[in-house]
Structure formats: C-alpha cells, structure tokens
Design a protein around this ligand. Sequence first.
Ligand code: NAD
Length: 439
Amino acid sequence: MKISVFGLGYVGCVSAACLAGLGHEVVGVDVNQVKVDLVNDGKAPVVEERIGELIAEVVGNGALRATGDVREAVLGSEVSLVCVGTPSEPNGSLCTTYLERVAEQIGAVLAERGGRHTVVFRSTMLPGTCLNLLVPILEKHVGGTAGVDFGVAVNPEFLREGTSVRDFFDPPKTVIGEFDPASGDVVAALYEGLPGEVFRVPVPTAEAIKYADNAFHGLKIGFANELGAVCQALGVDSHQVMDVFLADRKLNISPAYLRPGFAFGGSCLPKDLRSLVHAAQRADVSVPILSHVLPSNSAHLQRAVELVERTGRRRVGLFGLSFKPGTDDLRESPLVELAERLFGKGYDLKIYDANVSLSRLLGANREYIETRLPHLAQLLADSVGEVLEHAEVCLVGTKEPAVLAALPHGGDGPVLIDLVRLPDAEARRAEPGYVGLAW
Ligand code: NAD
C-alpha cells in the first residue's frame, strides 16, 4: 500500500520505517525540517534500538522517504496515518491542536483528490475526539461524508519506547476502531502478517482502550513502588515478595511494570492519566484511585531527593536522564524532575546519559534541551568518569553497560544511590556507601 505518515516523532518514525520494512511504500510528513532531512539521509530522528539500521535500509531501497509537502504526500497515497503529538494542556486536559491542524490539511487535499483515501488516527486521544472533533473537521474540508467519500479509523499504538521496533513486529494486540467496515479493512491490511490478536471495535472503544492500558501501567508502577517503600522500611526484600506474588499465575498477573524501581514518566503515562482524570472530573465522575496515581509517583521521586539530603553531601552525580533506558526521550522524564528538584536546592550537579548526548550531537533533541532544559544542558558531562570524579554522592538511574562497568565498589568513591536495582544489588547491599531506593 502507499502510505503517508504524519509526524516523524517516536511513534511516527517507527511506524513509517516498520511499515516500509513490511513492504509498503511510505512517505513521512513532518513540519520539522531537521527530522525530514535526517530521514532522507537514512538516519533516525530518535534514538531507539534497531531504528537506525532499519531507516538506513528502507530509505536505501526506496521504500521510505520524507517530505514537508502535505499535498504531494496525500495525493500520492491511499492511507494517511496520523501520529502527531497530543500533549497535556496546562490544566491537564488533552491538547488536540496538532490533530486538528493535520485533519484540516489532509481534508483540504482530499477535496481535490479522486478515489477513496482513509485517514487513520494513531495518536492517543480521549473517547469522542475522533467522532466529535476530527470527523467534522475532515468532512468540512473535504466537502464530503466520512465512510462514503473517505475512510476514517482509530488505531492506537502500544509500543514502548526503547523496544518500539520489536514491539511493532510483535505487538501485544492490534486495535482497530473502524468508522465503517471498509476503513477497518484498510487498517487490517496495513499490518497483515504480523502476530497478535486483532480487535475490531467501534471508534470510541479503540480510543478508550489506550487509556485503560496507560492508566493501568501507571497504577502498577505506583503500586510496586509504594509496596517497595513499605517493604524496605520493614526490612523486607520487596523483589523477593514480588517474585512469589507474580508466580501466582492463577490470578493471571503480568509481571510487567510490577518491579519496585524508580518513578515513571515519559510523554504518555503522565499526560494520559492527567487527561483521563480531567475528563472524569468534567463529567462529574469521582475517580479516587486514578487521581492518586500521579501523586504517588511524585512522592516516590521525593524519596530519592531525601536519600541525597540524608547523605549531607553537596556534589551530586546523576547517571541517566531520559525517561527510561534505550531512548533519548526527555519528555516528563522522572530523572529530569529529580535533577530539577536537586538543582533547585542548590546541589552541585553533573549528569551523564549516553543516548541524550548522542541525540544532542545528531541535533535531534538539541532544540528540546536548549529551549526546555537550558539549566540542565550546562550540567551534562561527556563521560562516566567525569561524573564519578565530580561526585560525592551518585544517583544511578540507568543500567547502561558503560555506567555499570565504571561504578566503584566497597565504598571506594562516592556514595551510590541505586534507583534501578543494579544487577549486582544483592552483593552491593552489604557494602558501605550503597543505598537502594524502595526495595
Ligand atoms: P512526538 O512529539 O515525538 O512526535 C510528533 C511529531 O509530529 C513531531 O515530530 C512534530 O513535528 C510532528 N507534527 C506536528 N504537527 C504536524 C503536522 N501538522 N504535520 C506533520 N507533522 C507534524 O510524539 P510521539 O511521542 O511520537 O507521540 C505521538 C502520539 O502517539 C501521541 O498522541 C502519543 O500520546 C501517542 N503515543 C506515544 C507513544 C510513545 O511511546 N511515545 C506510545 C504510544 C502512543
């Protein structure tokens, strides 16, 4: 199939490259010229496992290219896959501005295009957004009727940053919210040959399924971390508790997200929880569990700040800054929040994150760092050694091999505050100058 992918961010560039890898002819569209140029040069605009090789391959064999020209992309394709961002508004509600803009742009081109084209929304959006907001925009600009003159579907994305290429080819499920059966058939054809169950459901159901997933992931992480904090206070190893708890398959508990560790973050879980709670409040529905997941996460983050305070030391090192390993994505990273809380308290901080440094060098996240985090940009070190030399106390927020290999043992060096339960945590536990968070 000939596919346009709108937005070459974390979701769009992975979807575009993987669809091209499946044999489709794909053109990626983005308003950000840096991302368009990177893709056309065969380079990935994000740091992700396997994405660099895949983009080089599919750009090299002509299956993928990028453009800033919406008209050319839509006229030359049968499907538009919309992967633009839906961040939080300051009051917690969902920002639909980018979706609206793309719907207007695609609609205007469809008004002059013959033949049926299907618009598939892959961005996360609250139930009702597609039918009540985006379909009317499309119909107005096309001058036609959805389901008749053009197709519409919602196809939420379940990839996890860090393993997104693997997740694309081995998805936990494929959810197709179909406006009409013909639109659903088009989405099903996009992913033909991939494993996993396919669920064809009404459009608002598809939108809601994504929120069920993300709210539950946040709840699981909060639950595991609170349990970890209590176990630690009572002298119990919470990972041993979870090993046994999770072995009880009769209750069918998936171990994912249930290991005490550091706080969660990223561009999805916090903002999706916020917009869900905001929507519930607007509808006058009381959601005490959901509204306390983010405060629980914030309290967990504060425990790490308190561990630093308790050491009485001022020169602090931080390993890891992106919101989780294997990505350069800094949006709502709990490690950024931790760095900011420490920076705000006047600690003398140095930070090292290999993926963030690489991405900054390539230019992909340079603008984000320089405009959103200029106060942290100046604290970024070039090597693990530079941080170890500087620090009297070191927060370890990543399991990157280069960091693990360099960490000192036996109290020889800075105090280590382990946020991620290092692979050799058991042995380190007995060492002086080693502190674990919540386990
Ligand atoms: P992102 O911010 O990384 O990428 C969005 C891209 O859209 C940017 O490159 C931006 O320049 C581009 N864009 C904005 N307006 C445009 C326009 N008019 N035309 C073309 N391009 C435009 O966002 P993301 O992390 O890829 O997330 C996209 C959506 O997918 C969000 O709704 C998010 O909630 C959802 N989602 C994200 C993940 C994840 O792990 N990041 C997982 C599942 C779902």
